[in-house]
Design a protein around this ligand. Structure first.
Ligand SMILES: [Zn+2]
Length: 300
C-alpha cells in the first residue's frame, strides 16, 4: 500500500524572501519530494479545509471568528507575526484538515506524511509565532470526537516548546504531549506538558538522541497511544536561523528513524508534520525538511 502524502497547492503564502517564514515551503518541498526516486512509495492525497466552526474543538469561538473576519487587533496579529491575507486564512483552515487527514490515513496505512503542519504555538484563544490554528491539537481532538482512537501522543521535536498544544490539550487525559526542545525558548506563557525535555544551547547529536531515547522510554512506560502525531521540526539543525542546538543532518535522520521505527515495531500508526525550519538558504532548508519523508520511505 502506498504511503499517503497529504498536500495542497493552497498552502502558499506570498511573503518577502527575507521573511523568516518561507511562503512557498510546502509546494517547494512537495516538488522536491516528487523529483526523488523514493517518491513512488507515496500517493498524493488532498483535502478541503475545515469549516471555522469545526475549530471550536481546539479554539475559542471568539478568536476563530475574529481571525476569519480579519478583526484581530494589530497586537494580536503581531504575536502571530504573519500579515493577514485570504491566503493565510485558506492555509490556516487547510492545515488542520491536512493533519487530521494524515492521522486518519495513518490509521489505515500505518504511516502518513503532511507537507505542512506543526502550528504548535497556536493557543486556545490566540495565535503566536507564525501559528494561527493548532493543527496537531485539532487533529488529536477530532480523532477522539469521531471515536477513531482514544489515546493520542503528540511528540513534538521542533526546537521550540509546543506550548500552544499543551495549552489546548492540558485537561485531556488521553492526549500525551511530549516536547523535546531548546530550553532557551520563552513563549508567551510558561507551559508544562505531559513530558517536557529542555535542552541546553549547543546540544549535539549524541546528547540529543540520548535524551530523545530517554523521553520515549518514559512515554512508553506511562502511556500507550493509539496513534502518534509526530512534529519533525528541523529547526534543531545547527545552521537553523532560529534554533540554538547543534544537530547535524545525520542527527535529524537518526532522530526520525528512531521515532518512526520505535512506533512501527509496536504497530502504532504515525502521522508526520513538518514543523519549523528557518534559513535563508532555501535549498538547504528544503533538504532538511525532506529527511523525514525519506526516513518514512526507507522504513515503510
Ligand atoms: Zn520551531
Amino acid at each position: 500500500m502506498k504511503i499517503p502524502l497529504i498536500h495542497s497547492p493552497s498552502y502558499e503564502l506570498e511573503l518577502q524572501d527575507t521573511h523568516k517564514v518561507m511562503g512557498n515551503k510546502s509546494t517547494t518541498l512537495y516538488d522536491a519530494i516528487s523529483a526523488t526516486q523514493w517518491s513512488e512509495k507515496f500517493k498524493t492525497v488532498t483535502c478541503n479545509g475545515v469549516a471555522p466552526k469545526d475549530l471550536t474543538l481546539a479554539h475559542d469561538e471568539n478568536y476563530i471568528d475574529r481571525f476569519v473576519n480579519n478583526h484581530l487587533s494589530s497586537s494580536e496579529m503581531k504575536l502571530i507575526n504573519l500579515p493577514w491575507s485570504t491566503q493565510l486564512l485558506h492555509r490556516s483552515l487547510l492545515t488542520p484538515a491536512g493533519t487530521f487527514e494524515a492521522a486518519k490515513s495513518a490509521l489505515k496505512t500505518g504511516v502518513a506524511c503532511h507537507t505542512a503542519g506543526g502550528s504548535h504555538h497556536a493557543y486556545r484563544s490566540f495565535g503566536y509565532g507564525f501559528c494561527v490554528f493548532n493543527d496537531m491539537a485539532y487533529a488529536a481532538l477530532r480523532l477522539q470526537q469521531e471515536k477513531l482512537v482514544r489515546r493520542v501522543l503528540i511528540l513534538d521535536c521542533d526546537v521550540h516548546q509546543g506550548d500552544g498544544t499543551i495549552d489546548i490539550c492540558k485537561n485531556n487525559p488521553d492526549i500525551f504531549t511530549c516536547s523535546i526542545h531548546g530550553g532557551q525558548y520563552i513563549g508567551p506563557k510558561r507551559m508544562l506538558g505531559s513530558l517536557d525535555v529542555a535542552l541546553p544551547d549547543g546540544t549535539g547529536d549524541a546528547q540529543y538522541l540520548s535524551k530523545l531515547r530517554d523521553a520515549i522510554d518514559v512515554i512508553s512506560n506511562n502511556f500507550l497511544p493509539d496513534i502518534v502525531i509526530y512534529d519533525a521540526g528541523v529547526d534543531v539543525h545547527l545552521n537553523d536561523r532560529l534554533g540554538r542546538l547543534n544537530i547535524t543532518s545525520d542527527g535529524i535522520i537518526a532522530r526520525d528513524l528512531l521515532v518512526l521505527s520505535f512506533f512501527q515495531e509496536r504497530k502504532i500508526p504515525v502521522a508526520t508534520v513538518i514543523g519549523g525550519g528557518y534559513g535563508l538558504d532555501r535549498t538547504e532548508l528544503i533538504n532538511r525538511h525532506m529527511l523525514v519523508f525519506e526516513a518514512v520511505a526507507k522504513l515503510y
